[in-house]
Design a protein around this ligand. Structure first.
Ligand code: BV8
Length: 250
């Protein structure tokens, strides 16, 4: 939990929120850590599976080289995520959005686990896609995996018979244009920007807090560790999001 310093920092964030019209939140893998979803970096180090680092498995090149292996990799991770539930950090963000307290509340996530929506957040901007979905690279059809007939891997697109892929943005692939454009626009217009549970290493998502800061937003980081963003934050709270977010929005 927070020490006395942490409580002063939380009070500073609460004060900034009192006068805020627009709030922008960027989350990363850290917000799901307390739900049991492994993070990518820090802690036990980058995940390796079948002897390959995740950045090689989750790459545009691997989809071309070995799509069945990419499906095995994401089915393996879905097996982990499927047993995870939202934690108090996800729930605090969903509740504050539903309260209507802020004229504009934007939640942008780098996570593909779907836990924000499961917690009740409406229309989270999922910059890197969603592990519970498949996408047809030929006709663009997107299906929830539980809508895909059978358990063939790769699934066959019911509309055009092409081999479908996970609806996830891989390294070396562009983000959905509408998602990143909306995120950049909201970051540039917010009064308070909270950055929760991200090492801020993956672009273009990692550029969003800087866009907010350059537009004079009050920048807050919640992370047990320091990151590349820490030096530019107005407040950087060394803590777990499941502990801190309920104290900020409670
Ligand atoms: C693109 C889906 C254009 C897949 C993911 C050199 C410089 C700059 C950029 C690049 C470069 N070389 C290449 C690039 C581009 C590259 C990139 O940024 N690479 C990085 C590694 C340098 N980006 C891309 O390729 C993007 N596309 O740029 O398109 C383009 C087009 C063609 C050719 C080139 C470029 C696409 C990026 C999307 C990749 N897909 N995920 C999958 O999941 O398998 S990214 C992956 O990393 C996840 O989405 C993850 O969310 C994301 C970022 O990681 P974090 O969320 O920050 O997680 P991490 O583990 O790192 O950190 C967790 C943090 O939580 C830690 O700080 C920890 O302390 C904290 N924490 C732990 N517990 C808690 C906690 N915090 C709070 N509470 C707790 N309890």
């Amino acid at each position: 939990m927070t020490d006395s310093v942490g409580q002063n920092e939380i009070e500073r964030v609460r004060t900034a929120l009192r006068s805020a019209r627009s709030v922008f939140v960027l989350t990363g893998a850290g917000i799901s850590a307390e739900s049991g979803v492994p993070t990518f970096r820090g802690g036990g180090g980058a995940p390796v599976w079948r002897g390959m680092p995740f950045e090689e498995l989750s790459s545009a090149e691997m989809v071309v080289r070995d799509l069945p292996l990419v499906w095995e990799w994401f089915d393996y991770r879905l097996g982990i995520v499927g047993d995870c539930a939202p934690n108090p950090g996800h729930l605090a963000l969903a509740e504050i959005q539903q309260s209507g307290r802020f004229e504009e509340f934007t939640l942008v996530t780098q996570n593909i686990d779907g836990l924000h929506a499961q917690a009740g957040s409406t229309e989270p901007i999922e910059l890197h896609g969603n592990i519970q979905q498949a996408r047809c690279p030929s006709c663009g059809l997107i299906l929830k995996l539980d809508q895909v007939a059978g358990d063939d891997r790769p699934p066959v697109c019911p509309d055009c018979a092409a081999r479908m892929r996970p609806n996830v943005v891989l390294f070396g692939e562009n983000l959905p244009v509408d998602a990143i454009m909306t995120a950049q626009d909201r970051a540039a217009g917010c009064d308070v920007c909270l950055v929760v549970g991200t090492s801020a290493l993956v672009y273009p998502a990692a550029a969003l807090p800087g866009i907010a800061k350059n537009a004079d937003a009050f920048l807050v980081e919640i992370n047990p560790e320091q990151t590349a963003l820490t030096p530019i934050c107005d407040v950087s709270i060394r803590g777990k999001s499941g502990d801190i977010l309920p104290l900020i929005f409670g």
